[in-house]
Design a binder for this molecule. Structure first.
Ligand SMILES: Nc1ncnc2c1ncn2[C@@H]1O[C@H](COP(=O)(O)OP(=O)(O)OP(=O)(O)O)[C@@H](O)[C@H]1O
Ligand SMILES: [Mg+2]
Length: 255
């Protein structure tokens, strides 16, 4: 059998705080399979971003192990892109929108091919006509879509996404959710997708992991057995969808 894309074995991260070390996430064990969409939900401050940074090779585990394709992580694994929560700092403000999207591919692809990829990625997030503008002249939601386009342009095999749609309106969000699912079907890319939105986690996910507590631990991983392809209207109306939603609210301690 293929090695999983990621495997965490009792991984923990502690970070410095006021001269000491504070545990942020603890005893994380999970696997991500090829082509799988794993959603992660959890309250603010439980370490979701920290977990994503660990998977992205930006932060080593303080104890335990993190493997990518069966090998211990020593830096960002090949084929991974990260979409950061903080889009304001993720974009290069002195580069045009198009040049931001080209950033990850301009050194490796011939010019014409690079331009083509940039156009396709910008079209996917509905920003083709803003290619020559600068990020600072765009709204927050548009800037986030530029960051998403930059990730898509790389045609990654693993996408680590940190609340990528939090700043978007409901219509744009629904459209991009479906783009991601189509992309997954087309490319068999694997996703770790952090969100505060329980319905989004269920709609997109093959599984949903619940991170809770301080330090954050994975309380539960729920298999989402809903038919594919998902549909914004019919999937969300299914009794099973509502049952998963209910279960996750309970897991998160909501009344
Ligand atoms: N570089 C750092 N140094 C020290 N502590 C940090 C660092 N980064 C994060 N933390 C702490 O780790 C904890 C978890 O932060 P993290 O950003 O991972 O949470 P989160 O679940 O992503 O929250 P949110 O939902 O608000 O984005 C917080 O208490 C935060 O203060
Ligand atoms: Mg976060």
């Amino acid at each position: 059998m293929l090695d999983p894309v990621f495997a965490c074995r009792s991984a923990s991260v502690s970070l410095p705080l006021r001269g000491g070390l504070r545990p942020i996430i603890s005893d994380i064990s999970l696997e991500l399979r090829q082509g799988e969409f794993l959603s992660i939900v959890g309250p603010s401050g439980t370490g979701k971003t920290t977990l994503l940074r660990m998977l992205g090779g930006l932060l080593p585990p303080s104890s335990g192990r993190v493997l990518a394709h069966g090998k211990e992580l020593t830096g960002p694994p090949e084929g991974v892109v990260i979409v950061f929560q903080d889009y304001g700092n993720a974009l290069l403000q002195w580069r045009s929108v198009g040049d931001n999207v080209a950033f990850g591919i301009e050194r490796t692809l011939p010019r014409a091919q690079c331009d083509q990829r940039v156009r396709e990625a910008l079209a996917m997030v509905d920003l083709l006509e803003r290619a020559d503008d600068y990020p600072w002249s765009l709204s927050g939601g548009m800037q986030q879509r530029v960051q998403i386009a930059r990730a898509l342009a790389v045609q990654p095999s693993i996408l680590l996404m940190d609340e990528p749609f939090a700043a978007l309106d409901a219509m744009t969000k629904a459209g991009l959710q479906d783009e991601l699912l189509l992309l997954r079907d087309k490319t068999k890319a694997s996703f770790v997708f952090i969100t505060h939105d329980i319905e989004e986690a269920v709609y997109l996910g093959d599984r949903v992991a619940v991170l809770n507590g301080s330090p954050g631990r994975i309380d539960e991983i729920i298999d989402i057995d809903l038919p594919q392809p998902r549909n914004q209207i019919t999937t969300r109306e299914m009794p099973e969808f509502l049952a998963y939603r209910h279960k996750l609210h309970k897991a998160l301690g909501h009344a």
